[in-house]
Structures are given as structure tokens and as C-alpha cells.
Design a protein around this ligand. Structure first.
Ligand code: MLT
Length: 270
């Protein structure tokens, strides 16, 4: 079911499917909630799956100022509007950065947290500079070139070559989002703080890490070490997968997210 939550500046779009305990899925930068569609039949069989369009992406309007904390507040506003007291929250990439902000702000509402091709570290100086340059170029010339270069690079090379139709479709969708979503998103990501301390902050909280071995968008070695920190963690290492396992290995991650949600809701004491 598609829903809208009005905000003072516009609205947030989201969908709810299935019944049971809540699994909140959040997409990353340049995408929208439709990236999760391939996983929904499996996940909604046991869970009420809430998929939010981040502000500026999908059918949600841009909401400024943009920050990971503000995104966490938006997630909370949707949960409150739906009368949802707690969730397992899985964030893809930038959605993972926002999930970490949610953990810092609303730890009591989390039964589990998953970082899907995401990580808790702040940007390196080189990454910040890259984002600044990309943002400046988008402001000057629009986001077309940026999007056309970025989308195929998110996938493992062999997958991108074998699936030109999917890449074209995701690129067209990404081009339909406003340029301002890209500039503000880049800026907000570069401002986000390091959240690695959270990994040890909640001894009862289960963590899921979905890691693609061919992902150029996360610091792989540091992330694999970080995944060892929480007391309760499920780590999914996907060989030959890039940044987009919901397309590159959908059955595998659908199954692992379901097992993780089972762990959080059914097997661990509250
Ligand atoms: C994303 O996929 O959400 C972003 O590319 C992540 C990033 O740039 O750090």
C-alpha cells in the first residue's frame, strides 16, 4: 500500500506490505524504494515491510536542510504516523548512514540494525573533496553526467556488462530526481560524523552487515574489522558482488535479511 506523510515542506512517500513485526528498508543515494521490490515477496511473508523514499528521491519531495539526523527524524515521523513502536532497520549505503543516525537518536525503537553496503565511518578528506567537486559540477551543469557515470560503477563490472537494460532503467529513474537532491545529498553525506563508536554502544542490539567484495564505494578492510565489534552480529560476505546486492544477489540477501529479522524478533530476548 502506498502512503504519504505530509511535512511542512512537502511530503514523504512510503509503502507498507505484509503483516507482522516491522522491517524498515531504506534505499541509498540516487535510488528510491523500488530497489527493494525483488525482495518483497519473501520478506513480506513474515514481516510488515515499510519502504521509505528518502527526501528528494522517488516520490518524496526534497526536504531541507538535509542531514543524516534529519533523515532519522523523518523515519521516526513515519513510524509515529503508522503507530509503529519498534523496527528492524536496514539501510543501503546513504540509507545506512541515516540508519546509524536513527540508532543514535532513537535506540529504543530499534530491534536490529543492518548496514547494506554501508559503513559507520566519516568521509576521508579525499572523499569529501570528491563530493565537493561533484556537487559543484552538478550545480553548474546538472546531474546527467554524474548519474550516467555513477550508476554502472556501483555494480561489479561483469554484472554491469551483463545487465545493460537494468543499468539503463536505474539511470533513467535516477535522472528523474531533481539535481538539488544530488547536491544536498552529497553535502549531507560529507558532513556526517564518524559513528563507529555506536558499534559497541548497544550490547543487546543485533547488527547485520551485507558486504560485497567487489564494492568500490565502501572501505572494505575497515568495514570487515568493524563488523567484528558488536556482541551480536550477522556478517554476509558476497564474493563478486559490488554495491547493489538487491540486484546482484537478491535471493541470497532476501534470505539473509529474513534470517536476521527472525533472529532479532524471534530468538533474542527483548
Ligand atoms: C550511496 O550509494 O548511497 C552513496 O554512494 C554512498 C556514498 O557515496 O558514500
Amino acid at each position: 500500500m502506498n502512503q504519504q506523510l505530509p511535512l511542512s515542506t512537502g511530503h514523504i512517500s512510503y509503502s507498507l506490505q505484509g503483516s507482522g513485526p516491522v522491517l524498515l528498508l531504506v534505499h541509498g543515494f540516487a535510488f528510491d524504494r523500488t530497489i527493494w521490490e525483488g525482495l518483497l515477496p519473501e520478506l513480506s511473508a513474515g514481516y510488515r515491510v515499510l519502504c521509505i523514499d528518502l527526501p528528494g528521491f522517488g516520490d518524496s519531495t526534497l526536504d531541507q536542510p538535509y542531514s543524516m539526523d534529519r533523515l532519522a527524524d523523518v523515519f521516526n515521523a513515519v513510524l509515529v504516523a503508522e503507530g509503529i513502536a519498534e523496527c528492524v532497520l536496514i539501510g543501503h549505503s546513504m540509507g545506512g548512514y541515516a540508519a546509524l543516525a536513527f540508532a543514535a537518536r532513537f535506540p529504543d525503537k530499534l530491534r536490529g540494525i543492518g548496514l547494506c553496503h554501508s559503513h559507520p565511518f566519516a568521509d576521508s578528506p579525499a572523499k569529501k573533496e570528491n563530493r565537493r567537486r561533484s556537487g559543484a559540477l552538478i550545480e553548474k551543469r546538472g546531474h546527467e553526467r554524474f548519474v550516467r557515470e555513477m550508476i554502472p560503477n556501483l555494480f561489479a563490472d561483469s554484472f554491469a556488462k551483463a545487465h545493460p537494460g537494468l543499468i539503463a532503467q536505474l539511470t533513467e529513474r535516477a535522472l528523474s530526481f531533481p539535481a538539488a537532491a544530488y547536491t544536498t545529498g552529497l553535502e549531507a553525506m560529507s558532513r556526517r560524523p564518524d559513528r563507529a563508536a555506536l558499534l559497541a554502544a548497544f550490547p543487546q542490539l543485533p547488527w547485520l552487515f551485507i558486504i560485497g567484495e567487489a564494492d568500490d564505494f565502501v572501505p572494505l578492510d575497515a568495514l570487515k574489522e568493524a563488523a567484528l565489534i558488536p556482541d551480536i552480529a550477522s556478517v554476509v560476505l558476497l564474493p563478486s558482488v559490488g554495491h547493489m546486492s538487491m540486484f546482484e544477489a537478491p535471493q541470497q540477501i532476501g534470505q539473509r535479511i529474513k534470517e536476521f529479522a527472525d533472529l532479532c524478533y524471534r530468538y533474542l530476548p527483548v
